[in-house]
Structure formats: structure tokens, C-alpha cells
Design a protein around this ligand. Structure first.
Ligand code: ADP
Length: 719
């Protein structure tokens, strides 16, 4: 008898076995419908094996579905990713099927000329129809409009057999990119980088690269050239380009379309399900060469993946923390390894992990040393707020105000950067000191003036700003403390009433379309001063932007997070890198209370190597990543006692292991979210320890009740 192990999207760590009916041919990767309790589930066949007379009664595979099977590399990748992250393999597999959730787009009817048949009666209308159509195939209404005739004229031609109706899947095909459409002339560094990447894709096999160059040094241009050469050598090659934020995709799609004369496929949560289905089907059929997407695009069923590019590889947004917990950059490297493909990690501020791999020569290191053309890195000035403190209830110091005024006079643009959404991060009562907090969360409510509400950024809870303190009942005693982007914009508008201002944050720019509109207004010089969170700090080109003001450069250096210094360094380099990209020199002013902080000093000196060396030494001394490894277990549940009990059981059941320590249990950094109590255990291990093996053995020792959820976070980004 044949037995199939099937991956089903359930929170369990094994595949389910089913009997394969005699007449059914099944292979790894096939999609099947299988019974589970009273329901039918879609699953992926992981394995088919022959067994001899087991007396266990297995359920039987219902049908093999018509949907295309997952290519072998995709199944290998899904299984590897599940093992690496300790996630249920069936749920990983389900992410590879996300494109199938929508119904298939309905076929579209188009008209086409039949051979060179001519109409018996060539009226003016009929001749116009044939001229408008030419060799193409067009939907009837479009053709009628193009020829300026009624649908009756077209129907007449169909009845006569001059035109025929064909059915095509709506937008089924992606136009093939043309590598020679609009070639770029590269400088020497760019050429060398493109050569190295293209040589690696031509040779075949896994090969990782770090593409390292300051903002504006032409990394995108260089990797697009490598894409062109890869496609020129192998037109069937598939290429995946990952970006950390949906907001960045439009820019890149426009550049790719201009470079290759054809738009790439787009894949992220903002793409409508029917379009996603179209992409999924084109990818699995090899009818789509270039995909630009967010981290979930890693799970697309590429049969012939040759090159993966992770742009802004250092970006924390590649880490997915809800649902399946994984790091998109790390999984991109794994996918390339499994597919025998080349992977390029591009950044102006590479992560310490990636730098460590490049320093150790595990990754090829491609450096672009200068900015393209005349553009220079901006002058970076640390502004010591102790010397020129802003007035109470304002956040822009006198020197920064003067710099903004000069920039306005020159007809140039300013970006004021503050990584804080809303109007004020804290609202408190002047009478009793009560802080407004979310009802079922420890976190403070953030005031938003545009919407007039207090918002919990963790849970989305909102309420109107009360007039009376809910704690002591005092009237009109609540005050807004500290600045968010909305409040800085308010200050800017009071200072420069004639300037055109805008706010760029996830509140004012909720989706890709809004982001595109705002970026376009900025690019076309319709905005003088943009106040922005990190959403605008990366990847965009604003030619008229010559001043970047960082409102609070100390934000992010506080707090004991592993990556606090690294993240601040990256963010500030990116934000200040916005200035002076075209022919105008730029400058950046960083307001700080701690200008002696090593991160800020390295930044002001443009001394990345100095920063990396100091930070790497600290990590090495503490054997923290990249010199060691971390994993976190987060326990959560509404029943606080049950959570405590599981935490205590786990703490009592730690397997013996060398060069590995367990810390905790402690309250997780966000100890209470949506009424769920959260506890955390943290594991640190030397690099060569089998961390996953340890975690598996540990978790197997403890029985976890259904009311407590255990989330494993391997290589946590923050903790
Ligand atoms: P990065 O990705 O490193 O930030 P980009 O590739 O976006 O840099 O390049 C920055 C700017 O310089 C873009 O406007 C780009 O079109 C231009 N550029 C880069 N390389 C070239 C080149 N070889 N020829 C012409 N323009 C270039």
C-alpha cells in the first residue's frame, strides 16, 4: 500500500499520513484534498512511500487537485524553514499557497483576425476595424472604441468568419523583460559588482554577496545590470527582489519597467488576491521572470530561481514577528542555498551579521566606494542641545530653525526626521500624574491630533481624548508630553506659515498608493518641509532635498536592546543619506543631548568602520550575535497562573547543554498585550551549538496546556 505524508496547515509539528488510492499517481509537491475530522483540507504531499500491511486504519486521500504542484525546491525550502524556525511545517507550506486563496480570474474574450480573410463587403467601418486590430487580439468593446464603430459591425465580421473569438486568461502573461531595452553605463565599481554577480549566476550554484555602498552609490543600478546579464544568458531564469517596505516597491517597479521595457510582477499584502493568483500561477509556470516583493514572496513556487536580491538587507522590517516568526533576509539566503542560486544582500549600512559573514569571506564583498556622479555625502553636524535648548514645548532648536529658513529661501527641501508616530507619545494628568494607558496593555496611549484620538500602537485600541482625568476626576488637567511627527509639523507651520508641509508616517500614508502620491509630490517639489518617521527615511530619491534635521538623535540609543546602537546608526545614516543626492550638496543636523555618544561621533565623522569595530568588539566580549546565537521562548495566555506554571515547568526542565545559557523566565518586554500575560525565556548559545536541537528537546519535556501559547523566536531581532 502507498502512504502519503501530507502537510496540512495546523499548529502541529508533523505531516499527516494518508493512504493513497491504487489509481492515484502522487508525488512530492502535489496538492491534494484530504479529510480531517468532518472537513476537507488542502495539503501538500511531502513524501510518498510504500508500506507493507500496516494494520493502522489510515484515511484516504480524497483527490489530487488540479492546481500546479509545488516545485521540489519550494518544498525543500518550506521544510527547511519550518525546522529552522521550529514552526509547524503545514503552516509554512500554507504560506507557499497564499496565491491560491482567490478564485482564478475569469477568462477574457478577445477578437483576432482569422488568417488573411477579407470581408465580402468592405465598408468604411469594417476596414477601420481591421486596421485598428492589425495582428493583435483585443476585447470587443476596446476594438469598437478604437475603430469608432458599433458592436454590430464587429459582430458582422465575426459572423462572416473574418474575426474569431479567443479566450485568454485576463492578463495571463507577463511581458518578457528585455535586457537590452535601456542599458545603463556603469562606473568601474558598479561594473565590477555586476560582473561578479553575473559570473556567479552564469556559473550556477549557491553564492552569497554583500553589495555594500553608501546611499546613492548606485547599488540598484548595479544589481539591475546583473539581472539583465543573468536574463540575457538564460531567458528562463527567475529573479526575486525583496524590499523591506511596501512603500518602496513602486519606485523600484518603475525603474525596472524603464530598464527592461516590461513591468515585473509585484507581490505583497497590498496586492489584491486575484492579482496575486495571477502572479502565483505565472511564477509556478515559469511565465514570469522578475518578481518584486515583500518577505512573503520568498515562498513563491519558483521552478527556476537563479538570483535573489535583498535590498536594504539590514532593515528590521524583514523580521516577521506575528504568525510565523522568521527573518526574511536569513530565509532568502537559505532559499538561495537550497535552489543553488546567487543571493545579493544590498545595503549602505549592512547588519553586523552580514558584515561578519563578509569579513569572514563566507560572502563575497562588493563595494561601491563613492556616490554616483557629483553627489556628495552630506555634511553631518551634531547639534549639542545643552548649548542651545529649544524653548519649552518646542522641539526645534534655533540653529535648526535657521537652517530650515535658509533652505526655504534657496527653494530647496527639508526632511525633519522623528521616529515617532502621532502627536505626543504620552498623555498625563497634571493634577495627579496619572498616565493614560491602554486598558488591557501596559503601554502608554499615544495622542493623535489628526484623528483626535488616543491610540495604543500595540493593539490598535483607541478612545477619544477625555476632558476629565479618569483617575482623579480633575477637569482639563490632561497634558500632551513629548513630540511626535504631528506635533513637530505643528511647530513648523507656526514658524513657517508660508511653507508647504506634510507628514509621512504609517498614519498619514496607510497604503502603497498614498505613499506613491506623497513621494511624487515631494519629488516634484510640491512640498517644502516633510516631517517623517522611518517610513520615509529609506530608499527614496528626492533631488531637491538638501537639509535633513534629526529631531531627536538620542531616541533609540536609550534602552538596553542588543541592536539599539546598530539600529540607530543605520537609521541615521539612511535618514541623513536622503540629503543632497543630485547635484546640490546636502547637510544634516542631528539634535542631541549626548554628542559624546560613540555612535553619534562615528556618524558625524562618517566613520562606519570605527563604529562597526567598536560594536563588534562588544558583541564578541558578550558572545552575542553575530558571535553567538539567541533564541526566545515567549509564553502567552489570558490565564496568568497557567502562563506562570508553564514558565516554571520549562525553567525546571532545561536539558543539560554546554556553551549555552537560559535566562528567565521574566516578563516579556511587552508584558501584557490584549489582556494576554507574556513571559519570556531567553537562550544564548555559542555559534556551533545546535540551538534548534536543544529547543526541540527542551519543549518535548514540558506539557503545555491549550490555554498557553508558546512562540519560538530563533535569532530574535529585538528582545
Ligand atoms: P543606491 O541603490 O545605492 O541608493 P541608486 O542605484 O538608486 O543608488 O543610484 C542613485 C542615483 O544615481 C539614481 O538616480 C540612479 O539613477 C543614478 N545612477 C546610479 N548609477 C548610475 C549610472 N551608472 N549612470 C547613470 N545614473 C546612475
Amino acid at each position: 500500500m502507498k502512504v502519503a505524508s501530507v502537510l496540512i496547515p495546523l499548529p502541529v509539528h508533523e505531516a499527516f499520513d494518508y493512504e493513497v488510492p491504487e489509481a492515484m499517481a502522487l508525488a512530492r509537491g502535489d496538492q491534494v484534498a484530504v479529510p480531517l475530522g468532518p472537513r476537507m483540507m488542502r495539503g501538500i504531499v511531502a513524501e510518498v512511500r510504500e508500506t507493507t500491511g500496516s494494520n493502522r486504519r489510515l484515511k484516504v486521500v480524497e483527490t489530487r487537485l488540479d492546481d500546479p504542484p509545488l516545485p521540489p525546491g519550494t518544498v525543500d525550502f518550506v521544510e527547511w524553514a519550518a525546522r529552522w524556525t521550529l514552526s509547524p511545517p503545514g503552516e509554512m507550506a500554507a504560506t507557499a499557497l497564499k496565491g491560491l486563496r482567490a478564485p482564478r480570474p475569469r477568462p477574457e474574450r478577445r477578437l483576432r483576425r482569422v488568417g488573411d480573410r477579407t470581408p465580402a463587403r468592405p465598408t468604411a467601418g469594417r476596414t477601420a476595424v481591421l486596421a485598428a486590430l492589425g495582428e493583435a487580439a483585443m476585447p470587443g468593446p476596446d476594438l469598437a472604441r478604437a475603430a469608432g464603430v458599433s458592436s454590430a459591425v464587429i459582430k458582422g465580421l465575426v459572423d462572416e468568419g473574418v474575426l474569431e473569438v479567443i479566450e485568454t486568461l485576463a492578463d495571463a502573461a507577463f511581458d518578457a523583460p528585455d535586457p537590452a531595452h535601456a542599458p545603463a553605463t556603469l562606473n568601474a565599481d558598479q561594473g565590477a559588482a555586476a560582473d561578479a554577480i553575473a559570473a556567479a549566476t552564469a556559473a550556477g550554484g549557491f553564492r552569497p554577496f554583500l553589495l555594500d555602498g553608501v546611499t546613492g552609490s548606485g547599488k540598484t543600478e548595479a544589481y539591475l545590470e546583473a539581472v539583465a546579464r543573468t536574463l540575457a544568458a538564460d531567458p528562463a531564469a527567475q529573479i526575486l527582489i525583496l524590499l523591506p517596505e511596501i512603500a518602496l516597491t513602486q519606485d523600484l517597479i518603475a525603474r525596472i519597467t524603464a530598464r527592461f521595457g516590461a513591468a515585473p510582477a509585484e507581490w505583497h499584502s497590498g496586492v489584491a488576491p486575484p492579482k496575486r493568483r495571477r502572479v502565483w500561477e505565472a511564477v509556478v509556470a515559469g511565465r514570469c521572470s522578475i518578481v518584486v516583493g515583500a518577505r512573503s514572496a520568498l515562498f513563491l513556487p519558483f521552478p527556476n530561481l537563479k538570483l535573489v536580491i535583498v535590498d536594504e538587507e539590514h532593515d528590521g522590517s524583514f523580521k516577521q514577528e506575528d504568525g510565523l516568526v522568521y527573518h526574511g533576509r536569513d530565509l532568502a539566503v537559505a532559499r538561495a542555498r537550497i535552489e543553488g542560486a546567487v543571493v545579493v544582500l544590498a545595503s549602505a549600512t549592512p547588519s553586523l551579521e552580514t558584515l561578519w559573514n563578509a569579513q569572514g569571506q563566507r560572502y563575497g564583498w562588493l563595494k561601491l566606494s563613492s556616490r554616483h556622479g557629483a553627489a556628495q555625502l552630506p555634511d553631518i553636524q551634531l547639534l549639542d542641545l545643552r548649548q542651545c535648548p529649544p524653548d519649552p514645548q518646542t522641539w526645534l532648536s534655533q540653529p535648526l530653525r535657521e537652517a530650515i529658513a535658509q533652505t526655504l529661501m534657496a527653494g530647496e527641501q527639508t526632511l525633519l526626521f522623528l521616529n515617532r508616530r502621532g502627536y505626543a507619545p504620552v498623555v498625563l494628568c497634571r493634577a495627579c500624574g496619572h498616565r493614560m494607558t491602554s486598558p488591557d496593555t501596559d503601554s502608554w496611549l499615544v495622542e493623535h491630533r489628526y484623528t483626535g484620538r488616543l491610540v495604543c500602537h500595540l493593539t490598535g485600541f483607541t478612545m477619544a481624548r477625555p476632558r476629565i482625568c479618569p483617575s482623579c476626576g480633575a477637569e482639563d488637567s490632561l497634558v500632551s508630553v513629548g513630540p511626535g511627527v504631528e506635533r513637530v509639523e505643528e511647530e513648523v507651520r507656526q514658524l513657517f506659515p508660508e511653507a508647504r508641509t506634510a507628514v509621512f508616517s504609517s498614519d498619514t500614508v496607510p497604503d502603497a498608493r498614498a505613499a506613491r502620491a506623497l513621494i511624487q509630490r515631494m519629488t516634484e517639489g510640491e512640498i517644502d518641509i516633510l516631517v517623517a518617521t522611518q517610513a520615509a527615511a529609506k530608499g527614496h530619491n528626492f533631488p531637491l532635498l538638501t537639509l535633513v534635521g534629526v529631531v531627536d538623535a538620542d531616541l533609540g540609543l536609550r534602552g538596553g536592546d542588543l541592536r539599539a546602537a546598530e539600529r540607530t546608526y543605520q537609521l541615521l545614516t539612511q535618514a541623513t543619506g536622503r540629503a543632497g543626492r543630485a547635484d546640490r550638496p546636502g547637510r544634516a543636523i542631528l539634535q542631541t543631548w549626548t554628542p559624546e555618544h560613540p555612535v553619534l561621533m562615528a556618524l558625524a565623522k562618517g566613520d562606519r568602520d570605527g563604529f562597526v569595530e567598536a560594536e563588534m568588539a562588544e558583541r564578541e566580549a558578550a558572545t552575542l550575535p553575530p558571535h553567538g546565537r539567541l533564541a526566545a521562548l515567549i509564553l502567552s495566555g489570558v490565564d496568568a497562573m497557567a502562563v506562570e506554571k508553564v514558565a516554571a515547568d520549562l525553567a525546571a526542565a532545561i536539558p543539560n547543554a554546554e556553551r549555552l545559557e537560559v535566562y528567565g523566565p521574566a516578563d516579556a518586554p511587552l508584558g501584557l498585550i490584549r489582556g494576554r500575560r507574556r513571559k519570556r525565556l531567553l537562550v544564548r548559545a555559542d555559534r556551533d551549538v545546535d540551538l534548534q536541537g536543544f529547543l526541540r528537546a527542551w519543549l518535548a519535556r514540558v506539557k503545555v496546556p491549550g490555554s498557553v501559547r508558546v512562540t519560538v523566536d530563533v535569532d530574535p531581532y529585538s528582545f
